[in-house]
Design a binder for this molecule. Structure first.
Ligand SMILES: [Zn+2]
Length: 157
């Protein structure tokens, strides 16, 4: 199962190779929160279509209702995908970068399996990986104080 997801993530990444951009451009916006070295490893893509696995895989994963109209962004490993409607919303960029930190610290297989477990057990609104990301993006959008996200996630993940 994890291999199928990893394969899909690689495929999505290849499909967007020519349109993805580096997150280095946010070094000033996110100063104090994310190190420039970390941002240099992150990519984003603005796209009218958030990548979605086919229905068969979605059902296998128990994610039938996950990819819906409300989804504006999705992080897959080191790259996140955003709808044009949120392309100017720095809080969303921040939120997805917290997910990249989670992917890096848990590893691809670890992050996928933990995200799925939490989603099934708690639901999107209450799952700890999302609460962590919303808590930190809220702190950023309310003006700080800045927190080193990498270290913060490492202590609570
Ligand atoms: Zn999220």
């Amino acid at each position: 199962m994890i291999e199928t997801i990893e394969k899909w993530i690689r495929q999505v990444s290849r499909q967007h190779e020519s349109v993805r951009q580096s997150c280095s451009q946010f070094a000033d916006d996110f100063e104090g929160y994310f190190a420039p070295e970390f941002l240099a490893q992150c990519r984003f893509v603005v796209t009218p279509n958030i990548p979605t696995p086919d229905n068969r895989l979605l059902n296998q994963l128990g994610l039938g209702g996950f990819f819906g109209e409300n989804m504006v962004g999705l992080t897959l490993n080191d790259t996140y995908y955003l709808l044009p409607s949120v392309a100017e919303n720095r809080r969303i960029y921040f939120h997805e970068l917290v997910h990249v930190v989670q992917w890096q610290q848990l590893g691809v297989g670890g992050c996928v399996s933990r995200y799925l477990q939490e989603y099934r057990r708690y639901g999107y609104e209450h799952m700890p990986l999302e609460r962590m990301a919303y808590g930190l993006d809220g702190q950023f959008s309310s003006g700080g104080p800045a927190v080193d996200v990498w270290n913060q996630v490492r202590t609570i993940i």
